[in-house]
Design a protein around this ligand. Structure first.
Ligand SMILES: Cc1cc2nc3c(=O)[nH]c(=O)nc-3n(C[C@H](O)[C@H](O)[C@H](O)COP(=O)(O)OP(=O)(O)OC[C@H]3O[C@@H](n4cnc5c(N)ncnc54)[C@H](O)[C@@H]3O)c2cc1C
Ligand code: HEM
Length: 369
């Protein structure tokens, strides 16, 4: 571990158990020194679950893994253009962060810690700004809803047509804002490969008391407008790989997997592709007919649905990772995993037990892992 990494980790332990309060203090400091920034943030802020602070801290602490983080930070920099973020804002956030850490660590804080956080933040902010400055796309795209269908109790599949084409890779996600919930942006995976008419599909599940997902499932209607920010994420197919593929989706984690299948339909002739789709009950297994139709048309594709909590279901039962483990062997395959943090975590654990090398597993968790 380098000196910088050691100093960052060591200093973080001084405040780690008071993160909620640290977040509250960080925002108070930021908005007091730069009142105009308050308007960028949601009206009702859930400070305890601060996405911004959590991301900055995580980015600072994983600075040592540049391969993984360079691409992430570039995506984030382009994405943040949706907020109208400029250099002065980065300076303000950096000062509020270091100020909050200093205040909370108290007498154990020292100038080496201060310098380490400043240096790490400067590198991260620099990468985000550089990507934002060289991005020639608009900061966000307006997109009209052209189809909206409830496909289950809590799930909607809808299609939007952006005002201009959005360039992305299947497997990526975009931050979405709905007029029904102004200033609340949430990431959602694009569920199709790029089309000639540039339309994009999304699959959204309304989570309990979820602000944005509830509105996208229950309020959004054809003709409404959404705003979409820059595509992000690295769960893309490696076209140079000749290995067979296993996709593991939990719930609406099917969205990016459906986009990958769409891409494979266009060029794949040689790789076997197995798609495992898990849900709690039969009712949550949406788009199954669509997947089965594809499997009947493309001999290289197989689809294995599984329910964890539905004794009436005729197919595989159990958690989707347990079902994956019943098939195999898998040591020579490329894996794509997408779904809730719990589902992704347990699938990665199972695959590790099955001796799948971590370099062959790409994943997107719908929340912090
Ligand atoms: C990379 C990425 C891609 C994503 N793609 C999709 C997608 O394609 N389809 C999709 O439906 N969602 C997707 N999500 C999740 C999505 O971004 C939102 O987090 C989710 O819709 C909840 O937002 P909300 O505003 O409705 O809930 P919030 O108002 O943010 O939260 C309300 C409550 O629900 C809880 N909660 C938040 N998320 C979940 C969850 N996933 N499961 C259970 N409880 C939760 C919170 O802890 C809170 O208590 C993705 C997330 C990430 C990080
Ligand atoms: C190193 C610097 C930064 C990192 C790593 C970072 C990261 C993130 C991440 C991951 C999110 C959640 C995802 C999202 O909503 O897009 C977020 C949200 C946000 N960020 Fe940043 N950010 C940084 C700097 C900034 C700056 C300088 C500003 C402008 C003042 C800013 C404003 C916001 C806003 C307004 C949100 C939404 C907050 C919410 O919904 O509660 N960020 N940031």
């Amino acid at each position: 571990m380098s000196d910088l990494a050691r100093l960052l980790k060591e200093s973080w332990t001084l405040v780690e158990d008071r993160q909620d309060k640290l977040a509250g203090y960080f925002y108070a400091r930021l908005f007091l020194s730069h009142p105009k920034l308050r308007d960028m943030f949601p009206v009702h802020m859930d400070v305890q679950r601060s996405r911004l602070l959590a991301a900055v801290v995580r980015a600072v602490q994983t600075l040592e893994d540049p391969d993984q983080f360079d691409a992430y930070l570039r995506g984030l920099g382009r994405d943040h253009r949706k907020f109208g973020v400029v250099k002065e804002h980065f300076d303000a956030v950096g000062a509020a962060l270091v100020g909050a850490l200093r205040e909370f660590a108290g007498e154990n804080w020292c100038w080496e810690y201060e310098q380490a956080w400043q240096d790490a933040y400067t590198v991260i902010a620099g990468k985000m700004q550089a990507a934002a400055e060289t991005d020639t796309n608009p900061p966000f795209w307006r997109a009209k809803v052209v189809r909206h269908e409830r496909v289950g109790q809590d799930i909607a599949v809808f299609t939007v047509r952006p005002e201009a084409p959005i360039s992305y890779r299947p497997g990526q996600y975009v931050s979405v804002e709905s007029g029904h919930r102004p200033r609340l942006w949430r990431p959602y995976s694009i569920a199709n490969a790029p089309r000639e008419d540039h339309t994009l599909d999304f699959h959204v599940r309304a989570v309990n008391s979820g602000w944005v997902s509830g509105a996208l499932v229950r309020k959004l209607a054809v003709g409404d407008e959404l705003r979409l920010a820059a595509p992000m994420g690295m769960m893309a197919l490696d076209r140079r790989s000749a290995r067979d593929i296993v996709c593991v989706a939990g719930g609406t984690g099917l969205a990016p997997i459906r986009a990958l299948v769409d891409e494979l339909i266009r060029y794949n002739r040689t790789r076997w592709v197995h798609v495992f789709v898990g849900a709690r009950t039969r009712d949550d297994l949406y788009l199954l007919d669509d997947l089965r139709l594809l499997a009947s048309r493309y001999p290289w594709l197989s689809v294995i649905p599984a329910c964890s909590d539905d004794p009436e279901f005729g197919g595989e039962t159990g958690l989707v990772d347990e079902v994956v483990a019943r098939y195999g062997p898998w040591a020579e395959h490329d894996f794509f995993v997408s779904g809730s943090p719990n589902m992704v975590r347990s699938t990665i654990r199972t695959l590790t037990e099955l001796r799948v090398p971590s370099t062959r597993i790409r994943y997107d968790a719908f929340g912090d892992l």
